[in-house]
Write a protein that binds this ligand. Structure first.
Ligand code: HEM
Length: 180
């Protein structure tokens, strides 16, 4: 049993998109106010909402197509930690865009997806609330950064130290030649 092609594609598409949107978020924050800054903020929001929708689709796909089980060689506590990290990653991939959307609504800047589709405001304008969501957005992003680091470290350990197929299932071209 392995991941479907769709699950693999969604994993890498979302991972790459998050890396870019994360970098853009750090970059745009430092920019002086200008039309360029506002345009970059809009791109950041559009990409963030698109990621949110992709994650919803990914969760639906996962519900319909079970992921492969963990290898037998993993200890019970290792499986529990892996489950927890995966749950938290999904939670953050949804909570980060939601906190951004809440921040924009509270700041009084409605989100217009791709400049064409106005999204509803989630809360009414409130400066204090917007500052809180700004902090939340930042803290959730830093948590994601830490968890992704753990997730990558675990994948590297599985591939190079334990030498099982956990990473190969997400990167099939890494498949090792079978020794006869
Ligand atoms: C997976 C999706 C997202 C990621 C990874 C992400 C990441 C980030 C990061 C790293 C920052 C910089 C934080 C800081 O330096 O304080 C940031 C800022 C920001 N994000 Fe997001 N974001 C996402 C989605 C969204 C969405 C959907 C919206 C709004 C609809 C949004 C609105 C904002 C705004 C307005 C800022 C600037 C805050 C400020 O002015 O300091 N983000 N984001």
């Amino acid at each position: 049993m392995t991941y479907t092609k769709t699950a693999i594609s969604l994993h890498w598409l979302i991972a790459l998109s998050i890396a870019i949107v994360f970098g853009v978020g750090i970059y745009m924050h430092e920019l002086p106010l200008s039309p360029h800054k506002l345009q970059i903020y809009a791109y950041h929001k559009w990409a963030g909402i698109t990621i949110f929708l992709l994650v919803l689709f990914r969760l639906m796909w996962r519900h319909l197509h079970s992921p492969p089980p963990f290898p037998e060689t993993m200890l019970q506590w290792e499986k529990q930690i892996a489950h927890l990290v995966h749950f938290l990653l999904y939670f953050l991939m949804l909570a980060i865009p939601m906190s951004g959307w809440l921040m924009s609504s509270a700041a009084g800047y409605p989100v217009v997806l791709f400049g064409m589709i106005p999204l509803p405001d989630l809360v009414s304008k409130n400066k204090e609330l917007s500052d809180i969501f700004k902090q939340v957005h930042f803290l959730l992003n830093m948590s994601l950064f830490l968890l992704v680091f753990l997730h990558i470290a675990a994948a590297v350990k599985h591939h190079f130290i334990v030498k099982d197929d956990v990473l190969v299932q997400m990167l099939p071209f890494l498949k090792r030649e079978k020794k006869s």
